[in-house]
Design a protein around this ligand. Structure first.
Ligand SMILES: Nc1ncnc2c1ncn2[C@@H]1O[C@H](COP(=O)(O)OP(=O)(O)O)[C@@H](O)[C@H]1O
Ligand SMILES: [Mg+2]
Length: 260
Protein backbone atom coordinates (compact mmCIF):
# COMPACT_ATOMS: atom_id res chain seq x y z
CA UNK A 1 0.00 0.00 0.00
CA UNK A 2 1.59 3.27 -1.14
CA UNK A 3 1.91 6.33 0.99
CA UNK A 4 -0.53 9.09 0.02
CA UNK A 5 1.00 12.51 0.57
CA UNK A 6 -1.01 15.66 -0.05
CA UNK A 7 0.67 18.99 -0.79
CA UNK A 8 -1.54 21.68 0.72
CA UNK A 9 -1.54 25.36 1.58
CA UNK A 10 -4.50 27.62 0.84
CA UNK A 11 -2.16 30.38 -0.30
CA UNK A 12 -1.47 30.51 -4.01
CA UNK A 13 2.03 30.80 -5.40
CA UNK A 14 3.85 29.22 -2.47
CA UNK A 15 5.34 26.34 -4.47
CA UNK A 16 2.73 23.57 -4.07
CA UNK A 17 2.74 22.52 -7.71
CA UNK A 18 6.49 22.96 -8.13
CA UNK A 19 7.00 20.77 -5.07
CA UNK A 20 4.41 18.16 -6.12
CA UNK A 21 5.83 17.79 -9.62
CA UNK A 22 9.51 17.80 -8.72
CA UNK A 23 9.22 15.73 -5.58
CA UNK A 24 7.21 13.14 -7.51
CA UNK A 25 9.78 13.17 -10.33
CA UNK A 26 12.64 12.85 -7.84
CA UNK A 27 11.00 9.85 -6.16
CA UNK A 28 10.46 8.31 -9.59
CA UNK A 29 14.10 8.93 -10.49
CA UNK A 30 14.99 6.88 -7.42
CA UNK A 31 12.86 4.09 -8.94
CA UNK A 32 10.03 4.50 -6.46
CA UNK A 33 6.76 3.92 -8.31
CA UNK A 34 4.97 7.25 -7.97
CA UNK A 35 1.56 8.59 -8.96
CA UNK A 36 1.11 12.35 -9.21
CA UNK A 37 -2.53 13.33 -8.70
CA UNK A 38 -3.60 16.80 -9.83
CA UNK A 39 -6.73 17.94 -8.00
CA UNK A 40 -6.36 21.63 -8.87
CA UNK A 41 -8.82 22.63 -11.64
CA UNK A 42 -6.04 24.84 -13.04
CA UNK A 43 -4.20 21.69 -14.07
CA UNK A 44 -0.72 23.13 -13.56
CA UNK A 45 0.82 19.85 -12.42
CA UNK A 46 -0.32 18.10 -15.59
CA UNK A 47 0.87 20.87 -17.87
CA UNK A 48 4.23 20.90 -16.07
CA UNK A 49 4.54 17.32 -17.34
CA UNK A 50 3.53 18.31 -20.85
CA UNK A 51 -0.10 17.14 -20.65
CA UNK A 52 -2.54 19.70 -22.05
CA UNK A 53 -6.05 20.24 -20.77
CA UNK A 54 -7.64 19.47 -24.13
CA UNK A 55 -5.81 16.18 -24.33
CA UNK A 56 -7.39 14.86 -21.14
CA UNK A 57 -10.95 16.02 -21.83
CA UNK A 58 -13.24 13.17 -20.83
CA UNK A 59 -10.54 11.14 -19.06
CA UNK A 60 -9.55 13.14 -16.00
CA UNK A 61 -10.08 13.33 -12.27
CA UNK A 62 -13.44 14.98 -12.95
CA UNK A 63 -14.90 11.75 -14.32
CA UNK A 64 -13.45 9.88 -11.34
CA UNK A 65 -14.79 12.18 -8.62
CA UNK A 66 -18.11 13.12 -10.21
CA UNK A 67 -19.04 10.13 -12.33
CA UNK A 68 -17.46 7.28 -10.38
CA UNK A 69 -15.12 6.22 -13.20
CA UNK A 70 -12.28 3.95 -11.97
CA UNK A 71 -9.10 5.99 -11.54
CA UNK A 72 -7.07 3.31 -13.33
CA UNK A 73 -8.85 4.33 -16.55
CA UNK A 74 -7.53 7.90 -16.44
CA UNK A 75 -3.96 7.24 -15.28
CA UNK A 76 -1.40 8.34 -17.87
CA UNK A 77 2.23 7.43 -18.33
CA UNK A 78 4.85 10.19 -18.32
CA UNK A 79 8.35 10.60 -19.75
CA UNK A 80 9.69 9.08 -16.53
CA UNK A 81 9.31 5.32 -16.32
CA UNK A 82 8.35 5.28 -12.64
CA UNK A 83 6.02 8.31 -12.72
CA UNK A 84 2.33 8.22 -13.68
CA UNK A 85 -0.20 11.05 -13.65
CA UNK A 86 -3.87 11.51 -12.89
CA UNK A 87 -4.70 14.73 -14.75
CA UNK A 88 -7.10 17.37 -13.51
CA UNK A 89 -9.81 19.05 -15.55
CA UNK A 90 -11.16 22.58 -15.71
CA UNK A 91 -14.61 21.05 -15.07
CA UNK A 92 -13.50 20.44 -11.48
CA UNK A 93 -14.13 24.13 -10.84
CA UNK A 94 -17.79 23.23 -10.40
CA UNK A 95 -17.14 20.14 -8.26
CA UNK A 96 -17.90 21.96 -5.05
CA UNK A 97 -21.42 22.81 -6.24
CA UNK A 98 -22.02 19.59 -8.09
CA UNK A 99 -21.14 17.51 -5.04
CA UNK A 100 -23.13 19.62 -2.59
CA UNK A 101 -25.63 17.40 -0.83
CA UNK A 102 -23.96 14.19 -2.06
CA UNK A 103 -23.14 11.64 0.57
CA UNK A 104 -19.48 11.26 1.60
CA UNK A 105 -18.49 13.97 -0.84
CA UNK A 106 -15.20 14.48 0.99
CA UNK A 107 -14.27 10.78 0.62
CA UNK A 108 -14.38 10.58 -3.17
CA UNK A 109 -10.63 10.93 -3.73
CA UNK A 110 -9.79 8.50 -0.94
CA UNK A 111 -12.06 5.87 -2.46
CA UNK A 112 -10.48 6.38 -5.88
CA UNK A 113 -6.85 6.32 -4.70
CA UNK A 114 -7.22 3.42 -2.29
CA UNK A 115 -8.11 1.30 -5.33
CA UNK A 116 -4.69 1.88 -6.95
CA UNK A 117 -2.51 2.60 -3.89
CA UNK A 118 -1.19 -0.96 -4.04
CA UNK A 119 0.44 -0.23 -7.40
CA UNK A 120 2.58 2.64 -6.12
CA UNK A 121 5.01 3.47 -3.35
CA UNK A 122 4.09 7.15 -3.29
CA UNK A 123 0.94 8.99 -4.36
CA UNK A 124 1.50 12.76 -4.39
CA UNK A 125 -1.59 14.98 -4.47
CA UNK A 126 -1.32 18.59 -5.67
CA UNK A 127 -4.08 20.80 -4.17
CA UNK A 128 -5.70 24.03 -5.35
CA UNK A 129 -5.05 27.26 -3.42
CA UNK A 130 -8.05 27.00 -1.11
CA UNK A 131 -9.29 24.95 1.81
CA UNK A 132 -12.47 23.96 -0.03
CA UNK A 133 -13.93 20.59 -0.89
CA UNK A 134 -11.14 19.54 -3.27
CA UNK A 135 -8.38 20.16 -0.73
CA UNK A 136 -10.58 18.48 1.87
CA UNK A 137 -10.71 15.41 -0.38
CA UNK A 138 -6.91 15.58 -0.56
CA UNK A 139 -6.63 15.64 3.23
CA UNK A 140 -9.15 12.86 3.80
CA UNK A 141 -7.29 10.60 1.34
CA UNK A 142 -3.82 11.26 2.77
CA UNK A 143 -1.49 9.58 5.20
CA UNK A 144 0.51 12.77 5.45
CA UNK A 145 0.46 16.43 4.45
CA UNK A 146 3.40 18.40 3.14
CA UNK A 147 3.02 22.12 3.60
CA UNK A 148 5.14 24.30 1.34
CA UNK A 149 5.92 27.62 2.95
CA UNK A 150 7.34 30.51 1.02
CA UNK A 151 10.12 32.19 2.96
CA UNK A 152 8.43 35.57 3.33
CA UNK A 153 6.84 37.67 6.02
CA UNK A 154 3.18 36.61 5.76
CA UNK A 155 3.98 32.94 5.38
CA UNK A 156 3.19 32.09 8.99
CA UNK A 157 -0.26 33.66 9.01
CA UNK A 158 -1.67 31.22 6.50
CA UNK A 159 0.05 28.32 8.20
CA UNK A 160 -2.22 28.49 11.25
CA UNK A 161 -5.28 28.02 9.02
CA UNK A 162 -3.83 24.98 7.28
CA UNK A 163 -2.86 23.40 10.59
CA UNK A 164 -6.32 24.05 12.04
CA UNK A 165 -7.93 22.42 9.02
CA UNK A 166 -5.60 19.43 9.35
CA UNK A 167 -6.55 19.10 13.04
CA UNK A 168 -10.26 19.17 12.15
CA UNK A 169 -9.83 16.49 9.50
CA UNK A 170 -7.85 14.34 11.92
CA UNK A 171 -10.55 14.68 14.60
CA UNK A 172 -13.19 13.74 12.05
CA UNK A 173 -12.85 11.99 8.72
CA UNK A 174 -9.18 10.93 8.81
CA UNK A 175 -7.56 10.08 12.17
CA UNK A 176 -4.41 8.75 10.46
CA UNK A 177 -3.52 12.13 8.97
CA UNK A 178 -0.01 13.29 9.93
CA UNK A 179 1.87 16.46 9.19
CA UNK A 180 4.63 14.93 7.11
CA UNK A 181 6.54 18.16 7.15
CA UNK A 182 6.85 21.82 6.29
CA UNK A 183 8.92 22.54 3.19
CA UNK A 184 10.58 25.94 3.00
CA UNK A 185 10.43 27.08 -0.61
CA UNK A 186 11.72 29.94 -2.76
CA UNK A 187 14.44 30.70 -0.27
CA UNK A 188 16.40 33.75 -1.37
CA UNK A 189 19.75 34.72 0.06
CA UNK A 190 18.54 37.62 2.20
CA UNK A 191 17.90 38.50 5.83
CA UNK A 192 14.14 38.13 5.68
CA UNK A 193 14.35 34.57 4.37
CA UNK A 194 16.88 33.72 7.07
CA UNK A 195 14.62 35.24 9.72
CA UNK A 196 11.52 33.40 8.53
CA UNK A 197 13.47 30.15 8.34
CA UNK A 198 14.67 30.56 11.90
CA UNK A 199 11.23 31.42 13.20
CA UNK A 200 9.60 28.45 11.49
CA UNK A 201 12.30 26.08 12.75
CA UNK A 202 11.96 27.41 16.30
CA UNK A 203 8.19 26.91 16.27
CA UNK A 204 7.92 23.65 14.38
CA UNK A 205 11.29 22.03 15.03
CA UNK A 206 11.52 18.55 13.54
CA UNK A 207 8.40 19.06 11.46
CA UNK A 208 10.42 21.30 9.15
CA UNK A 209 12.40 19.49 6.47
CA UNK A 210 16.14 20.09 6.69
CA UNK A 211 16.19 20.51 2.93
CA UNK A 212 15.37 24.08 1.90
CA UNK A 213 14.31 24.80 -1.69
CA UNK A 214 16.17 27.84 -3.04
CA UNK A 215 14.71 30.36 -5.43
CA UNK A 216 16.00 29.01 -8.73
CA UNK A 217 15.07 30.15 -12.20
CA UNK A 218 15.34 26.61 -13.65
CA UNK A 219 12.41 25.55 -11.48
CA UNK A 220 10.23 28.30 -12.92
CA UNK A 221 11.38 27.65 -16.51
CA UNK A 222 10.93 23.89 -16.69
CA UNK A 223 7.07 23.85 -16.67
CA UNK A 224 7.01 25.85 -19.91
CA UNK A 225 8.98 22.99 -21.47
CA UNK A 226 6.51 20.46 -20.11
CA UNK A 227 9.20 18.76 -18.06
CA UNK A 228 10.08 18.27 -14.40
CA UNK A 229 13.33 20.07 -13.65
CA UNK A 230 15.35 16.85 -13.62
CA UNK A 231 14.67 16.37 -17.33
CA UNK A 232 15.41 20.03 -17.98
CA UNK A 233 18.50 20.87 -15.94
CA UNK A 234 19.57 18.13 -13.59
CA UNK A 235 22.62 20.06 -12.39
CA UNK A 236 20.61 23.09 -11.27
CA UNK A 237 20.34 23.94 -7.61
CA UNK A 238 16.57 23.65 -7.83
CA UNK A 239 16.76 20.11 -9.16
CA UNK A 240 19.37 19.03 -6.64
CA UNK A 241 17.29 20.43 -3.79
CA UNK A 242 14.20 18.43 -4.78
CA UNK A 243 16.32 15.29 -5.13
CA UNK A 244 17.57 15.96 -1.60
CA UNK A 245 14.01 16.52 -0.37
CA UNK A 246 12.96 13.17 -1.83
CA UNK A 247 15.86 11.42 -0.09
CA UNK A 248 14.97 13.09 3.20
CA UNK A 249 11.31 12.14 2.81
CA UNK A 250 12.12 8.49 2.15
CA UNK A 251 14.53 8.39 5.07
CA UNK A 252 12.30 9.96 7.64
CA UNK A 253 9.10 8.16 6.62
CA UNK A 254 7.11 7.29 9.68
CA UNK A 255 9.61 8.80 12.12
CA UNK A 256 8.21 12.30 12.37
CA UNK A 257 4.64 13.56 12.42
CA UNK A 258 2.05 14.89 14.78
CA UNK A 259 -0.64 12.29 14.39
CA UNK A 260 -1.16 8.98 16.07
N1 LIG B 1 11.98 27.53 -5.83
C1 LIG B 1 11.48 28.29 -6.81
N2 LIG B 1 12.30 29.15 -7.48
C2 LIG B 1 11.81 29.93 -8.46
N3 LIG B 1 10.54 29.95 -8.85
C3 LIG B 1 9.68 29.14 -8.22
C4 LIG B 1 10.10 28.25 -7.18
N4 LIG B 1 9.03 27.56 -6.72
C5 LIG B 1 7.99 27.98 -7.46
N5 LIG B 1 8.36 28.93 -8.36
C6 LIG B 1 7.49 29.65 -9.30
O1 LIG B 1 6.56 30.40 -8.53
C7 LIG B 1 5.26 30.33 -9.11
C8 LIG B 1 4.28 29.71 -8.13
O2 LIG B 1 4.70 28.38 -7.83
P1 LIG B 1 3.67 27.17 -7.81
O3 LIG B 1 4.45 25.95 -7.53
O4 LIG B 1 2.84 27.17 -9.05
O5 LIG B 1 2.79 27.56 -6.54
P2 LIG B 1 1.34 27.06 -6.09
O6 LIG B 1 1.10 25.72 -6.72
O7 LIG B 1 1.42 27.01 -4.61
O8 LIG B 1 0.35 28.10 -6.56
C9 LIG B 1 5.42 29.53 -10.38
O9 LIG B 1 5.60 30.41 -11.46
C10 LIG B 1 6.67 28.71 -10.15
O10 LIG B 1 7.33 28.39 -11.36
MG1 LIG C 1 -0.50 25.04 -7.92
Amino acid sequence: MGRILTIANQKGGVGKTTTAVNLAASLAAAERRTLLVDIDPQGNAGSALGVTRDEVEGASLYEVLLEGRPVAEVIRKTELKFLDLVPSSRHLVGAELELAGEERRDHRLKKALDAVAGDYEYLIVDCPPSLGLLTLNGLVAAHGVLIPLQCEYYALEGLADVLRTIDLVREGANPRLAVEGIVLTMHAANNLAAQVTEEVRTHFKKEVFQTVIPRNVRLSESPSHGKPVLLYDVASKGCQSYLALARELVKRAGKVGRAA
